[in-house]
Design a protein around this ligand. Structure first.
Ligand code: PEP
Ligand code: MG
Length: 757
């Protein structure tokens, strides 16, 4: 059974398009279950009906023509209840709806199973029999398992059609929506540039060749380089490795010399594809063919083809590589967008960002928010390879991409873009006004930074200090660890720009979703693993160089604060303090006049919440990292779009933890701030000020929105709201109560423009 399932899934995966995938499914299921009929109905949004898309056993002419309205017939019932229906005699069921064109009158027994993808019923797969026999449990389980496995493939094939503007039944459609998660609010209309990692055959986008002969030239020279490499390796390894291993290079050379692969790629380039895309497509097709072979030896050759073609791709991307061209209104799309990819596009051209992986609190989304670029994360069904050069609308509020926009929808979004600009212009007036509540309570608004570009933007927004400088950002943009002097220069720039305002520099916080290409950390569970202070305490040389650089950079400015990430016990603080003191001692011995800076601890894991008092007593301040605290308290990966709906900083558990931290820090007289994204949500900011946070540190793009809200509410009103929500037990209810307060304060215009779940 498992073998059959595996075989079908593999064959379907290899299909070229939706129709061939469906045809394979009906043929293979009918064979496997030895039924007389197998059919697939898919829901077509355009028709608002389930259309018979493929069938083995029913009249072929009916395929593509017959459809059942929503809720109609047994198919409609299966889809409506999202449950299988298994009947011995379908014709006696009250929902039975006979469709003459299909010729199904002779089939009595019926088993219909829904095809569900991300809670969405895509359609129904049906098997039928003439005999009055019903389907047994095993058959039903087989169809359910298969349908669950194929739903993703069908969804992605449908998505490929949708981006071309075609519905499953072949109708022309517009406004095709691809759902994800909001990464940064705002709307953008622009053309897609797909960015992709090097030497990965599965992520090369489809792109037209600009100059066919030149592309062929690139390809042949890359192929020749691989051929030379193989010959060299073959010779070098003679007598040094086992003969079977050496034979691998023979196999590679045969594949290259026989030219079949090469000719196919050249043919494809001639038909208009760029060399990288042509190579990737040919490679993927060959890999699939080999993977499906029943002979184990031949199946393993798939790995050889992948390896060989990756080598050619590597040279193609290295060699005469043309620079990526960015449009004036670029929407950057990638399987996994990295800070380095963002840094390559000039700010004036970057209008939007879309990442297939990641979620609203992934670091790239945080960076995008800081830059004020509308962003959508976790668009898992996006047919990324097909997108290069297409125009789309990006809705960063809802977390959606809209392909083939109609004039009506486009006009609507153009108006939103205008409103956005007006709102930003209106908020500018608040820049030089103090951040005080309507009853004169002072709140300090600081910013989170990382990129050099953040500095000017932050100062421009009236920031009063830096609550979090993510020092890992320059590390992520580098190709090796920056030296102590290089770090000193970077830190000096930050400190000088904000002087005399305080700048809180966090020690290197890598691990989790922040991987340095030159210091890879492979872990099963990266967020529970070697992260933040755990890494740097294990590498005191990295920690010390960073501390020394920070202190050297602060000489004469004296506005440095140091902050420790991911602290989960007091020993980590003790060890860090020892290293910080040692670095200070050494610098003093070297004759430098360095003031010992205030040191603080981040509260971002539940253990630290319950040790706030002990931790705060050891340092000068504490700062809550609500992004991580929320993920760890709720056991929701901040990076996983599947569980994004469960990630909420308004969850009562998060609010109670925050309140606890503030009161414990206050008991030992230490300053308490918050630097997670929550501080930049205008509604959340009202709760945080009522809790008693001394400083709210946020991305610069939200600072004026938060100031606008704080200036519109009184501390009394904020405390009343806090009392009210602390009694509530549901995040949604809390969010609504907060929204209502903003509405009553007359700042509901901001409600739509920024929120953290
Ligand atoms: C946090 O966890 O809230 C935080 C500020 O740190 P980061 O988002 O960089 O993990
Ligand atoms: Mg964190």
């Amino acid at each position: 059974m498992l073998e059959q399932l595996r075989g079908i899934v593999q064959e379907v995966n290899a299909a070229q398009d939706l129709q061939s995938a469906l045809d394979i499914i009906v043929r293979r299921v009918r064979e496997s279950l030895a039924t007389e009929v197998c059919s697939i109905f898919l829901y077509d949004t355009d028709l608002n009906a389930h259309v018979l898309m493929a069938s083995e056993g029913l009249n072929k002419e009916a395929v593509g023509h017959v459809s059942l309205a929503v809720g109609e017939g047994l198919v409609g019932l299966v889809a409506k209840h999202a449950e299988p229906i298994n009947l011995r005699d379908a014709s006696t069921h009250p929902s039975f709806h006979y469709i003459q064109e299909t010729g199904e009158e002779s089939f009595h027994s019926f088993l219909g199973v829904p095809i569900i993808h991300h809670r969405n019923v895509l359609g129904v797969v049906v098997v039928q029999h003439a005999q009055l026999r019903g389907f047994d449990e095993g058959e039903e389980a087989f169809l359910i398992t298969l349908s669950a496995q194929l739903a993703g493939v069908i969804a992605s094939a449908e998505a490929t059609g949708a981006i071309e503007g075609v519905s499953p039944s072949g109708h022309k459609i517009s406004d095709t929506v691809f759902g994800g998660v909001s990464g940064a609010s705002g709307v953008a209309i622009g053309k897609i540039v797909v960015v992709f990692p090097k030497a990965n055959l599965y992520q090369v986008p489809v792109r037209r060749a600009r100059d066919i002969d030149q592309e062929i030239g690139y390809f042949t020279s890359s192929l020749n380089k691989v051929r030379d490499d193989m010959r060299n390796m073959h010779e070098r390894l003679a007598g040094r490795v086992a003969e079977e291993e050496r034979q691998l290079f023979d196999v590679y050379l045969h594949m290259l010399d026989d030219d079949a692969l090469g000719n196919e790629v050249v043919e494809r380039i001639r038909s208009g594809h760029w060399a990288q895309g042509a190579l990737a497509e040919v490679a993927r097709e060959h890999v699939r063919t080999f993977e499906m072979m029943s002979d184990e030896y031949l199946r393993e050759r798939a790995v050889d083809i992948k390896d060989l073609c990756s080598r050619v791709l590597f040279y193609l991307q290295q060699g005469e590589q043309v620079e990526t061209e960015y449009f004036e209104d670029t929407i950057l799309v990638g399987e996994e967008v990295t800070p380095a990819m963002l840094a390559e596009v000039s700010k004036s051209k970057l209008k939007g960002i879309v990442s297939v992986k990641g979620s609203g609190n992934s670091h790239v989304a945080i960076l995008a928010r800081t830059m004020g670029i509308p962003t959508v994360m976790g668009v898992v069904d996006l047919p990324i390879n097909q997108l290069d050069g297409r125009e789309v609308i990006l809705d960063g509020y809802k977390g959606e991409i809209i392909g083939n926009p109609s004039d009506t929808v486009r006009t609507r979004y153009e108006n939103t873009i205008k409103e956005q600009a007006e709102l930003i212009a209106d908020l500018e007036e608040l820049k030089d006004l103090p951040c005080i509540t309507a009853d004169d309570h002072r709140v300090h608004l600081w910013v989170n930074t990382g990129l050099i570009a953040d500095v000017a933007h932050s100062l421009d927004q009236g920031a009063e200090g830096v609550g979090l400088f993510r020092t890992e950002v320059p590390f992520l943009l580098s190709e090796r660890f920056p030296s102590e002097q290089e770090q000193t220069d970077i830190y000096r720039e930050q400190l000088a720009a904000f002087s005399p305002m305080p700048v809180t520099m966090r020690t290197l916080d890598i691990g989790g979703d922040k991987a340095l290409s030159y210091f890879p950390i492979e872990e099963e569970n990266p967020f529970l693993g070697w992260r933040g202070i755990r890494v740097t305490l294990d590498h005191p040389e990295i920690f010390t160089a960073q501390i020394r650089a920070m202190m050297r950079a602060s000489i004469g400015l004296e506005n440095l604060q140091i902050m420790l990430p991911m602290i989960s016990n007091v020993n980590e603080v003790n060890s860090s303090m020892q290293l910080i003191k040692k670095a200070h001692r050494e610098l003093t011995q070297e004759g430098l006049e360095v003031k010992f800076p205030p040191v603080g601890v981040m509260i971002e894991v539940p253990a630290a919440v319950y040790q706030t008092r002990a931790l705060a007593s050891m340092v000068d301040f504490v700062s809550v990292g609500s992004n991580d605290l929320t993920q760890y308290l709720l056991a929701v990966d901040r990076n996983n779009p599947r569980v994004a709906n469960l990630y909420s900083a308004f969850h009562p558990a998060v609010l109670h933890a925050l309140y606890h931290v503030v009161s414990e820090a206050q008991k030992v007289g230490k300053q308490v701030s918050i630097c997670g994204e929550m501080a930049g949500d205008p509604g959340a900011a009202v709760l945080l000020l009522a809790m008693g946070f001394d400083v709210l540190s946020m991305n610069a793009a939200t600072l004026l929105k938060v100031k606008s809200v704080i200036r519109s509410v009184s501390l009394d009103a904020a405390q009343d709201l806090l009392d009210q929500v602390m009694q509530m037990d549901d995040a949604q209810m809390i969010r609504s109560a907060v929204d209502l307060t903003l509405y009553n304060a007359g700042v509901d215009r901001l409600l739509r423009s920024s929120r953290t779940n």
